[in-house]
Write a protein that binds this ligand. Structure first.
Ligand SMILES: Cc1ncc(COP(=O)(O)O)c(C=O)c1O
Length: 473
């Protein structure tokens, strides 16, 4: 990370924590330069960056000021999970009816699970596709099918290494997106009827996998700031025969919550104590807004209990369907199960990504993507502030592209979902994120698309519908 980015991060943190308030002037370029021992041009670069992120604004001849919406203006949602016994999961019907409706490209895509394809280097990727294919030997087209494209696995292992995690490439299984990695992993460590600890709220596809495999969910509450409730997890692991955990330790979908490094260490100790494997779904790992990449629970894994699953779907190449599992002690079983089911993801897609990772400027792209998402988050929060009822609570995650919104109890998100669709706006209603269909007054909103007048109008429409629900009571 460059010095100006570091300095911009420090100022952004002061704004987020409320040390510098909206409307307040930030130190002048000269003051900042003198005080921090950095050149005025470094300060300028940092301030331009903060401006692009929507956090500060320049006023002619007066300096730079914190923008009105830059600070958290709304309270964070509460943990509202009601105690639930291990449950059969029945969420697919509802989730499918919601997902079907998201296909319409004419709607404002606040319900979408993917960021806008416009944010990805598609032209550069197509160059890599040509180059990668040219470099493929005819033998590789067949030989790489089992384990995955060798150069791609090497590049992924290298990225783990740069993050401080040493993994032999034999442990990496290339899959059709993270979803296949997670499915295979769960099948390797469970039998129908087993109990699996999942987050609440959780990504709806997690719940659908449990439903399909006839597994029962033990819901562990997630706190918007601290992540998974480790006290509840410890109690549940001690009292129930849980066979696996499926968690996102970082930028959890839908809450955006992350466990601190220390709490990740404690989580790993719990897994070790009970010898329970964990699927670590880390598809948003690259979308952090802070200065340093997060450390996954996998970093503490000295017994091969963590199956770390990720992909390029959210950060680089949606539709290429390339992901992987760093499978720990289960790598061989996962690889065999893959052979018995889909055999291999497309080798040309893997070759394209291998070329891109080596020559395409992945880190530069990621920096741009993170800045774009951070600015889009600021715009959506500002719009929520303008249009949503005063008692609304909203997360402000340090990455990813989702906000979790908690309305007053009388708001019915399923009704809001139908009404919003009629008005051309999609949202993801709360109950699809729960095995027991809780969170009826919550929704997930995506800020994964560039902010336009169309987005602003979408938020205004939601605001009007929310106010009309109150009037209908
Ligand atoms: C939390 C989470 N895990 C996994 C996936 C699936 O990733 P992929 O598209 O790589 O299969 C998604 C995609 O929406 C996701 O949000």
């Amino acid at each position: 990370m460059k010095r100006y980015e570091q300095f911009a991060d420090e100022i952004a943190a002061l704004i987020r924590e409320g040390v510098i308030s909206p409307g307040e002037r930030i130190p002048s370029v000269r003051q900042a330069s003198r005080h921090h021992g950095i050149s005025p041009s470094t300060v300028f670069q940092a301030y331009y960056l903060l401006e692009n992120q929507g956090l500060i604004t320049a006023r002619a001849r007066s300096g730079y000021f914190v923008r009105e919406h830059a600070q958290r203006l709304r309270d964070e949602p509460r943990v509202t999970l009601q105690h639930a016994d291990p449950a059969e999961v029945k969420v697919s019907e509802l989730a499918f009816s919601v997902l079907d409706s998201l296909q319409d490209t004419q709607t404002v895509p606040f319900g979408s699970a993917f960021p806008s394809p416009e944010l990805f280097p598609l032209t550069r990727l197509s160059t890599s596709m040509t180059r990668g294919l040219r470099a493929l030997s005819p033998q590789q087209l067949v030989a790489d099918m089992t384990a995955g494209h060798t150069d791609l696995r090497r590049q992924i292992a290298l990225r783990y290494m740069l993050g401080g995690i040493q993994r032999p490439i034999e442990e990496l299984v290339i899959t059709n997106g993270a979803m296949e990695a997670l499915n295979l992993a769960l099948q390797c460590v469970t039998q129908p009827g087993d109990l699996v600890a999942v987050e609440s709220p959780a990504f709806y596809a997690t719940l659908q996998v449990l439903e399909r495999l006839k597994l029962r969910a033990v819901e562990i509450p997630v706190h918007p700031q601290n992540g998974i409730d480790l006290e509840v997890l410890a109690e549940r692991l001690a009292s129930l025969p849980i066979k696996a955990c499926w968690f996102m330790s970082h930028l959890q979908n839908p809450l955006g919550a992350s466990l601190s490094k220390e709490r990740k260490r404690i989580l790993y100790q719990l897994l070790k104590q009970h010898q329970v494997p964990m699927l670590e779904d880390d598809v948003y790992a690259e979308l952090y807004f802070g200065s340093a990449p997060p450390v996954p629970v996998k970093a503490f894994d000295d017994e091969g209990l963590v199956i770390h699953c990720s992909s390029f779907s959210k950060c680089l190449a949606p539709g290429y369907r390339v992901g992987w599992a760093a499978g720990g002690r289960y790598a061989k079983a996962i690889s065999r199960l893959k052979l018995m089911t889909t055999i291999s993801p497309s080798i040309p897609a893997q070759a394209a990504l291998a070329d891109y990772l080596q020559h395409g400027g992945f880190d530069r792209h990621l920096r741009k993507l993170r800045h774009a998402l951070e600015a889009q988050q600021a715009s959506m929060l500002a719009a929520a502030n303008r249009y949503f009822p005063a008692q609304t609570r909203i997360t402000r995650p340090a990455g990813g592209y989702f906000l979790w919104v908690e309305f007053p109890e009388h708001i019915d998100s399923l009704r809001l979902f139908t009404m919003a669709l009629d008005h051309g706006v999609s949202i993801a209603p709360g109950p699809i994120f729960s095995a027991t269909q809780q969170f009826r007054h919550c929704i997930r909103l995506s800020y994964g698309h560039p902010w336009t007048a169309y987005s602003e109008h979408g938020m205004e429409t939601l605001g009007k519908l929310l106010h009309s629900q109150r009037r209908l009571e």
